[in-house]
Write a protein that binds this ligand. Structure first.
Ligand code: PLP
Length: 418
């Protein structure tokens, strides 16, 4: 097809005045409905914990016993002393750990991180909110590239071995945001055992998609706390999770796991910011799931809603762009995102064109520190919220935009041979 032909097709789409959104990695209303039963698990006469504690009152700083038990299994740590339950957002926990690191240092720091210039390694493309936390605290971000098995460990090892000011790395180990891919065993081992110039280096192991498989073909990762313990680095990982994309994104339960020293350090700081968490919501969640098997069963219902959306997105990409040199994309087994790489120099234009035709995409560059994708190539696709019909239309438009942008920028002359 020539540019003129593609553009007239594009005008037809524009005339439809569509309003489609492939940008938001949030659960659809149908997914939220799966957890409505949660709201009926407590009543005005039945709201106590298994130890008969009154959830309406203050107390229980690190979580009620049954929630700690459930999240011990979820986080795959060995004991309940290696877990602290948080509020509704794991992002708050991540923010607070970094904040307390800046003001007070970690349990093994020689001084507060904020006393000197510090840096974090940011595997990219990655999760924009991790990068925002760094930016908020003036932490320098060092992007490293990603391989299909996680961050490029040659780059990471070389950096951390030689620079004491590098204090952390962000990792979304399973079904990553945005690649949808998971860390290989080798990457887990190398992250756990690598020599770091900083003795208070931390791996922020953000396992936001730990149980979010799309089918029975699941990624299984090595246990980061175990491998760190074996390597003599038990204080290295903070393991994060939440039920945001399991129950209610705005009213779930989060948790952090790690060594007892890390958990004691975390609780020591938590003491100053709350007299106790929302225990009522912890009761709702533990009654709703009963145990980790119950939670896994629940995730199958999400998969039934999500898988057809991923399949449709991938099918249109294959149909429109498969076999061309114009784009590549990931084929995740779980999570919420597909990472879509268009020709260098085209991502911003594709996002702008899609917007003109009524399709909202995540801003180009959002998956890189300071929103700066050096290749202007990566776009994050989020298929969870739109309906299948909406995905079909939105992806037709996105693919058309990719073709137009490629011709406009001179990547290809026309699409006769593409
Ligand atoms: N971590 C990752 C990798 C995410 O993609 C998200 C949400 O998109 C979050 C954390 C946010 O989690 P929470 O709702 O628990 O703050």
């Amino acid at each position: 097809m020539t540019l003129d032909q593609l553009q007239s097709k594009f005008e037809e789409f524009k005339a439809k005045k569509l309003a489609l959104d492939m940008s938001r990695g949030k659960p659809s209303a149908a997914q939220l409905d799966l957890s409505n039963g949660l709201l009926d698990t407590v009543s005005s006469t039945d709201y106590k914990t298994i130890t008969d504690a009154d959830t309406r009152n203050y107390g229980g700083l690190d979580g009620i016993p049954e929630a700690k038990e459930l999240f011990k299994d979820f986080l795959e740590v060995s004991t309940v002393d290696e877990v602290v339950i948080g509020g509704n957002a794991s992002l708050t926990i991540m923010h607070d750990i970094v904040s307390r690191g800046m003001t007070h240092g970690m349990c093994d720091s020689k001084q507060a991180w904020g006393k000197s210039k510090i840096k974090f390694i940011c595997p990219s493309p990655g999760y924009d909110r991790h990068f925002s936390i760094c930016q908020h605290f003036g932490i320098e971000m060092i992007p490293v590239s990603c391989t299909p098995g996680g961050p490029n460990m040659d780059e990471v090892e070389q950096l951390v071995a030689n620079d004491e000011s590098i204090k952390g790395i962000w990792i979304v180990p399973k079904y990553s945001n945005p690649t949808g891919l998971s860390c290989s065993d080798e990457v887990v081992d190398r992250l756990s055992a690598m020599k770091t110039a900083a003795n208070d280096f931390r791996v922020f192991w953000d396992n936001a998609y730990a149980v979010h498989h799309l089918s029975e073909d699941k990624d299984k990762l090595k246990n980061i706390l175990d491998t760190c313990k074996e390597a003599g680095n038990e204080n290295r990982p903070f393991i994060l999770c939440s039920t945001s994309k399991i129950t209610f994104a705005g009213a779930g339960v989060s948790a952090v796991g790690g060594s007892v020293a890390n958990m004691d350090w975390f609780k020591g700081h938590l003491f100053f910011s709350t007299i106790g968490p929302d225990k009522l919501n912890q009761v709702r969640h533990t009654r709703f799931f009963k145990n980790i098997e119950g939670l896994h069963e629940h995730m199958k219902k999400h998969a039934a809603l999500l898988k057809p959306r991923f399949d449709k997105t991938l099918a249109i990409l294959e149909q429109e762009l498969g076999g061309t040199s114009l784009a590549t994309w990931t084929k995740p087994k779980g999570g919420y995102f597909i990472s879509f790489n268009v020709s260098n120099g085209c991502a911003k234009r594709v996002v702008a064109l899609a917007a003109e035709a009524g399709v909202k995409l995540t801003g180009a560059g959002a998956t890189y520190p300071h929103k700066n994708d050096p290749n202007d190539s990566n776009i994050r696709l989020a298929p969870s919220c739109p309906t299948i019909e909406e995905i079909e239309q939105a992806m037709q438009i996105v693919c058309l935009a990719v073709k137009i942008a490629a011709i406009e920028t001179g990547v290809v002359k026309d699409l006769v041979h593409n």
